[in-house]
Design a protein around this ligand. Structure first.
Ligand code: CMP
Length: 150
């Protein structure tokens, strides 16, 4: 199978639905809901070293990692590694502040990307997704404050 075939596979409609249905953030949604989300989501593949969020810059997109690993840093200091199923870029879309961290691909990344408007619509239309995003925020807050986790 050539590279073009592989690319076709990734971007076919059913592959995109499978990809969305396979990430924890969207688990439990029915096929109709997945299809609606698929219409809003762009797939993006980036190489190692690519910077997806720049600390201090305005945020325009929300990202979910389908495959690969990214690193969140602040002022050059490691904050966290983000792997398959993790999401990032939600903070500045929620509070309209600047990006709170820099997020860099540490392996090639396969991403699902939503623009700000679609992200806000997603949260409004899917309370279960909104809860997972809030839970993720709470976890990050605990980790960054080194609060008890259990
Ligand atoms: P945002 O501020 O829009 O852009 C940078 C993103 O990095 C941020 O959203 C979060 O998704 C993510 N991020 C910020 N701080 C942390 C952290 N401590 N751990 C993991 N991810 C983080």
């Amino acid at each position: 199978m050539g590279v073009d075939d592989a690319y076709m596979l990734l971007t076919s409609k059913s592959a995109k639905h499978d990809l969305i249905g396979g990430v924890a953030l969207f688990a439990g949604l029915n096929q109709k809901e997945v299809a609606r989300i698929a219409a809003l989501v762009e797939e993006l593949q980036v190489d190692t070293g690519e910077v997806l969020c720049h600390e201090g810059s305005p945020g325009r997109e929300f990202f979910v990692i389908a495959a690969g690993r990214a690193e969140a840093t602040l002022r050059g200091q490691h904050l966290a590694y983000l792997g398959p199923g993790a999401f990032f870029g939600e903070m500045s879309l929620l509070d309209r502040g600047p990006r709170s961290a820099t997020v860099t691909a540490v392996t090639p990344l396969h991403l699902l990307v939503l623009d700000a408007r679609s992200f806000v619509g997603l949260l409004a239309d899917h309370p279960a997704v909104a809860r997972k995003v809030m839970r993720g925020l709470a976890e990050r807050l605990r980790e960054s404050e080194s609060a008890p986790t259990h």
